[in-house]
Design a protein. Structure first.
Length: 261
């Protein structure tokens, strides 16, 4: 029964990908990096990713994208999509490779964290966004470090407990050759998005991260629902510490799952 539901889920995921790929290529004037982000997010979250795309990014009528994506929650969702696409891709690639080695849970989580953070920072943030930010690659890495670090901590805060719990309850989920591995990653990505959304909302609100964008005639327009609110050094430090505390709490919960179940 459960495997049948998973098969149906992945069939719907495939259909969702066909639709969103067509729409991103031929209809919605979103930036290229966000198009890649939305496609990858739909790979990981299936029809739920498609629903959020329809609600927040798809251009409902010609020449309406700019106004459609203006709402604060849509901008924050765009930021989260960009972050999830990069970080989760790195995490999944690391998990696939590590599945063929016998290593401890703590080391596996640490490697997956570094892979997700590295992929998100050096590729999805700095490499893909350097032209948008009008910076050199090294400058883009430096300016992206804080938002990537805080976002990544929140994403892993959501993913770690789900992945560990799923592995404990269903050992088949440890193999990338099993459908249960991909179900685990889908669930972990969905939960991590819920955990990371408030942080991304705050980052976009204060102009530290970008949200949705629009490209027309080769020109990019980055949308802000209002002028970014000023943020103090102390506020940034508090959010950073909050993200680290959240990550530590997630690790403690995962340890409890691992030894208690």
């Amino acid at each position: 029964m459960y495997e049948g539901a998973l098969i149906l889920w992945f069939i719907l995921t495939g259909l969702s990908l066909l639709y969103i790929a067509y729409d991103l290529i031929f209809v919605t004037p979103e930036a290229s990096v966000m198009k890649v982000g939305w496609f990858l997010l739909t790979v990981y979250t299936g029809v739920i990713g498609l629903v959020f795309y329809l609600l927040s990014c798809k251009e409902p009528m010609p020449d309406t994208h700019e106004a459609f994506i203006k709402k604060p929650w849509k901008q924050a969702l765009g930021s989260m999509v960009h972050c999830l696409a990069g970080d989760v891709t790195g995490i999944i690639l690391a998990a696939i490779i590590l599945a063929f080695f016998q290593i401890g849970m703590a080391l596996e989580i640490a490697i997956e964290y570094l892979a997700g953070f590295g992929f998100g920072l050096f590729i999805f943030q700095a490499l893909f966004m350097r032209k948008v930010m009008m910076q050199s690659y090294s400058e883009a890495v430096r300016s992206s470090f804080y938002p990537e670090f805080t976002s990544m901590n929140m994403i892993m805060s959501g993913m770690i407990p789900v992945m560990v719990l799923y592995n404990v309850l269903n050992p088949l989920a440890q193999s990338p050759l099993s459908i249960h591995f991909w179900a685990k990653m889908s669930m972990a990505t969905l939960f991590s998005g819920c955990v990371a959304f408030p942080m991304n909302f705050w980052l976009v609100k204060h102009g530290i991260k970008h949200g949705m964008m629009t490209i027309r005639g080769g020109k990019m327009e980055m949308m802000h629902h209002e002028m970014p609110e000023p943020v103090s050094r102390e506020q940034k430090k508090t959010k950073l510490l909050l993200s680290v505390a959240s990550l530590l709490l997630a690790c403690i919960v995962a340890i409890i799952f691992y030894f208690a179940i």
